[in-house]
Design a protein around this ligand. Sequence first.
Ligand code: PLP
Length: 389
Amino acid sequence: MSDSTDMTIPSTLPLRDDLVGEEPYGAPQLDVPVCLNVNENPYPLDDAVADAIARRVRRIAPQLNRYPDRDHETLRRAFCDYLARESHTRLDVSQLWGANGSNEIMLQLFQAFGGPGRSALGADPTYSMYPEYARDTFTLWHTAHRRADFSLDVDRLVAAMRETGPAIVMLTSPNNPTGTMLPMDQLTRVLEACDEIGVQGSTRDVHPIVVVDEAYAEFRNPGTASAVSLVERYPNLAVSRTMSKAFAFAGARVGYIAANPGIIDCLRIVRMPYHLSAITQAAALAAFEHTDEQLARVQQLRDTRAATATWLRSQTYHDEPLAVADSASNFLLFGGHFDDRERIFNELLSRGVLIRVVGPEGWLRVCMGTEQEMKTFRRALGEVLSIVE
Ligand SMILES: Cc1ncc(COP(=O)(O)O)c(C=O)c1O
């Protein structure tokens, strides 16, 4: 892997004016021994799962002359079965929809509900792709700040909803990069506020939808409810999920959404024809046949998170203990008072450990790796903190 951020766009190309000077989104893809920067599951697939994927793909390969099932019905049924097990909520196939990663799902949401004259609202600090979906669909992007502990400030969010009349309210639970959970009572307050808020930029009497991005939901503490359990009750709720994180399937690019069938029908208007390849569908079905194996490391990663948080809190920088944001995810935002976080990032990199400079100034984010990777991370960070004091 190499990092290719150099841009060679001739000035004579008719690139959209608002895109001139923009750079492709993405964390550096560097060839280093310990990659803890993009919140993947660090454990490779079992051989049994890899073989099942190969068998499924082999079976459909002769039919690759034909377009795939555009509505990916079998896969949507697998999403339903998975959510029934994972979130204790049995939804219908008409309430599920898949795409190439949840990034594509959320872009489809912006394509269908955003657009010129409309806006979307998020709660920052949060996932940095949201403003990009907004930019790409000519949707205005607004934010309402979270509290100092990164929890959602519902009053401030609802006030911003009244002021801006967004078509889409984007919430993230657990939030990236902070790991913060969104409690269900806070979510229901936001959902109920939508009824009295009109969407600015629409000529019709319409109300915002609320998207809860649950990319990291499987890492939440056992017993905590998922927003999926509210889909039946709130027709303006869409819950985005992915197979990329806990499910250890980032390379396959499969995300999905649980929502009212009306929302799904809106996405069907903007999706590319045959957007989900037959190979992707086959691979995802094989992975779902091995759900236990795919999720086998989740509890271990939660334990690693708890142990790493304790260790980080025992470390000091400028004689002050490191802060660690409470996380229900597979990453930790730590530091809080790094006055030169780039230096710490670079010192770690020179020791073969790649983490992420993201979130508010003073903080860094590290994703949970294997036991060995975390040992290397701890040793490297210990060394770095001792030289930068
Ligand atoms: C909060 C959040 N949502 C969505 C995604 C995108 O995931 P994918 O497109 O792989 O499903 C990520 C990836 O890092 C993320 O952090």
